[in-house]
Design a protein around this ligand. Structure first.
Ligand SMILES: Cc1cc2nc3c(=O)[nH]c(=O)nc-3n(C[C@H](O)[C@H](O)[C@H](O)COP(=O)(O)OP(=O)(O)OC[C@H]3O[C@@H](n4cnc5c(N)ncnc54)[C@H](O)[C@@H]3O)c2cc1C
Ligand SMILES: NC(=O)c1ccc[n+]([C@@H]2O[C@H](COP(=O)([O-])OP(=O)(O)OC[C@H]3O[C@@H](n4cnc5c(N)ncnc54)[C@H](OP(=O)(O)O)[C@@H]3O)[C@@H](O)[C@H]2O)c1
Length: 519
């Protein structure tokens, strides 16, 4: 055990130490960071120091309480920087950049990209080299700036609802917060264990060869589509095999259809209403093909690279077995709006409590658990929230799509870009940062935006953006929309022209009329 309680570790110290631990197969001794001058009982042990545990512990500490984090990894921050959000954003950035380069291949200053295949190995290696930076910073920030106490690099074993053992010690607290996250679902189809079958964790941890010219992606959720767009952008034939229609998480038909058109234009192939039957290997145990069944019968696809984006399962088995906390049929721990489980003094937060499995929910769940533990009555109601994913673009949405709005409201008004244009001439809108080259030279690739309005109350009920740079806007728009933001109020705001989202000026163009009309 390495006791670091009394020493000051810089970001560089952490960087070197974490790199060394991952370079050797042995993870080494646990790190212990405890405040010997604080003689209070712990208010809570956070089992897991990912987004949910770290933010929960920080909030509890800020409120004057005493939290302890226990995490099996030598760093805080959890799966997001290690193999989930951060690598996904690296790959999605690469996909967006390559969309630009392939679109303008051989024009202006762009190199000729025809038939050019980009190395996936090199990009994964770049990520591996860079990922210790966020880990090192989060350890530094947690210890030196947030005054958090922690035990890292050892698994915690729950003994009872107030007691956890780790690093050879027993820790007791008034409360236990389960923040153990989730992992990719395991599958047992034939060939699941062949070399060349990956999910998002094994891809960044174990890829050790350059994938050939065909990638098969299984699944239709965010992970499957985001990674498929990346593989496609690298120049590989990319086939998405899904049992549902892809993009079904985006609640607007026209937005889905814009994205599907662009993905098809990039050469992606989709086999929907289909299932993976088996992955077939060669004598060396490497993937050589997949067998699928679709509405047109059984088929075989040759490939040496299969990516599974088939969803997550919760790391809840230990807690349900030892404590008997109630979980649903898929193992996600059940909590009330105070993040409390079925067992007194035991809370659960983050991915381990299920959908939506997003950073904002993990972090806010942690914060709400902390407030309740510290004596407040704080209820977290996950109501309207903005959502996003990537294709080759950044896609943001909130509220309801046009179809649902029309089923609910008698007068629905839609403002969108590009507007419908019966003569088929392509209009260079939307145009905004990162989209200007498309707007000038390839307008159909410059994105899509849509605002859905209840015409009677003039309230915004849905918003959709395909392009780049709208996330910030959507973060602030979502709470305003749920509080009843109207077209008139949106038209009163001040845009930073040329802004990536045109909602403010579109509303201003229409807000003067008593009876709203779409465009
Ligand atoms: C491919 C992919 C991309 C994603 N991209 C995004 C994105 O762009 N934006 C977004 O908002 N969300 C994204 N998400 C979701 C996001 O990553 C998760 O919602 C978030 O990381 C969950 O945080 P958590 O704290 O619940 O779990 P984690 O971050 O997984 O933390 C759990 C921690 O518990 C520890 N642990 C588990 N068991 C024990 C034990 N017994 N003892 C000690 N420690 C233990 C683990 O080591 C880990 O550190 C993505 C998910 C995936 C799969
Ligand atoms: N914000 C982001 O950018 C981002 C990025 C990635 C992930 N995430 C989050 O991380 C979580 C996991 O995302 P995910 O996309 O991996 O999972 P997901 O949303 O659960 O999607 C899983 C996909 O796999 C399919 N599937 C599951 N089991 C299958 C089987 N046995 N055979 C065939 N298909 C199967 C599902 O089909 P059915 O629909 O038919 O079940 C679905 O299309 C989600 O909560 C997501 O929001 C967020």
């Amino acid at each position: 055990m390495v006791d670091i309680s009394k020493s000051h570790w810089t970001v560089s110290d952490w960087h070197e130490e974490i790199e060394n631990r991952f370079a050797s197969l042995e993870r080494g001794e646990p790190f212990i960071n405890l405040n010997e001058d604080d003689h209070r009982e712990f208010d809570a042990i956070f089992l897991g120091g990912g987004a949910a545990g770290r933010f929960g512990a920080s909030y509890l500490r800020a409120m004057g309480g005493r939290p302890l984090i226990i995490d099996q990894w030598p760093f805080l921050g959890g799966s997001c920087p290690h193999h989930a959000c951060v690598p996904h954003h690296v790959f999605s950035d690469v996909a967006a950049q390559l969309l630009l380069e392939r679109t303008f291949s051989g024009k202006l200053w762009f190199q000729d990209m025809k038939d050019k295949q980009i190395s996936i190995m090199e990009i994964i290696e770049m990520f591996r080299q860079g990922r210790t930076g966020p880990h090192a910073f989060m350890n530094y920030q947690s210890k030196e700036q947030l005054d958090l106490e922690f035990v890292l690099n050892d698994q915690g074993t729950i003994l009872d609802s107030k007691t956890v053992s780790a690093a050879g010690q027993i820790y007791r607290a008034r409360n236990l917060v389960l923040a153990t996250g989730s992992r990719p679902k395991e599958f047992t189809f034939d060939g699941h264990d062949l070399s060349g079958v990956f999910e998002h964790v094994s891809l960044v941890d174990t890829l050790d060869y350059e994938p050939g010219s065909t990638a098969v992606v299984v699944g239709g959720g965010k992970t499957a589509i985001e990674y498929a767009c990346f593989f496609n952008a690298t120049g590989r034939r990319t086939i998405v095999v899904s049992r549902d229609k892809p993009l079904s998480m985006i609640p607007d038909h026209e937005t889905r259809s814009y994205l599907m058109t662009q993905m098809l234009e990039q050469g992606m192939e989709f086999i929907s209403d289909s299932e993976l039957l088996a992955v077939v290997g060669d004598r060396q145990g490497r993937v050589k093909s997949v067998r699928i069944r679709s509405s047109s019968g059984e088929a075989s696809i040759e490939t040496d690279f299969v990516f599974l984006g088939l969803g997550q399962r919760p790391n809840s088995e230990h807690a349900t077995t030892v404590l008997g906390v109630k979980a649903d049929a898929k193992g996600f721990i059940e909590v009330d709006s105070r993040m409390h489980t079925s067992v007194s003094n035991v809370y659960a937060v983050g991915d381990v409590v299920g959908f939506p499995m997003e950073m904002f929910k993990a972090r806010k769940g942690g914060m709400y658990a902390a407030r309740n533990i510290m004596g407040e009555e704080a209820h977290y109601h996950i109501g309207e929230y903005p959502d996003f994913m990537h294709t080759h673009y950044e896609v943001c949405w909130l509220g309801m799509g046009e179809e649902e709005a029309r089923s609910r409201y008698p007068e629905v008004v839609v403002l969108k870009l590009p507007p419908d244009n019966p003569d088929g001439h392509q209009i260079a809108l939307p145009a905004g940062d990162r989209m200007m080259l498309y707007a000038m030279m390839k307008p159909n690739l410059s994105g899509f935006q849509k605002l859905v309005i209840d015409g009677a109350s003039r309230r915004i009920v849905g918003a959709f953006h395909v392009g780049s740079g709208a996330k910030d806007g959507f973060q602030y728009l979502a709470p305003m929309v749920s509080r009843g933001l109207t077209v008139d109020e949106l038209g009163e705001m001040d845009e930073l022209f040329l802004n990536p989202s045109y909602f403010i000026q579109l509303c201003r163009l229409r807000a003067g009329s008593k009876v709203l009309r779409g465009m």
